[in-house]
Design a protein around this ligand. Sequence first.
Ligand code: HEC
Length: 111
Amino acid sequence: MKTVSGIAPLVVVVCVLMYPPFAQSDELSRAAMLSYTCAGCHGTDGVSPGSIPSIACKSPETIETALKEYRDGKRFSTVMGRHVKGYTDQEIQLIAGFFGTYCKEPDRTKK
Ligand code: HEC
């Protein structure tokens, strides 16, 4: 009996944390899921091993602007325009925020 009552408060806390309004991870995992499609070309964590530009350490604003310009045909691209065509503004913001968190020493001067 003693162990059960000892665990009960913990169970309540865990249940409360998992209750959707308190679970902060929903949007994060959606951002992560959307962003993993970029890793194939831009490298894990946005650091590209090849000739494709790295996108790590770019500010979220820079990435968001680039993606919208590719999508709207305002910036020349070979593949990006096609890749981002299906994303909504909100999804682009999630992706930009996701890669924007990947830099240990943010360099926001580079465009
Ligand atoms: C099929 C490969 C491929 C995929 C997938 C891809 N990219 Fe790209 N990306 C490129 C290439 C190639 C360029 C250079 C521009 C061009 O020719 O399209 C580029 C350019 C960019 C740039 C501009 C970089 C700079 O320095 O100017 C950004 C930002 C970017 N991609 C973000 C993303 C994001 C975010 C995703 C995921 C939603 C993504 N890319 C998915 C291949 C890819």
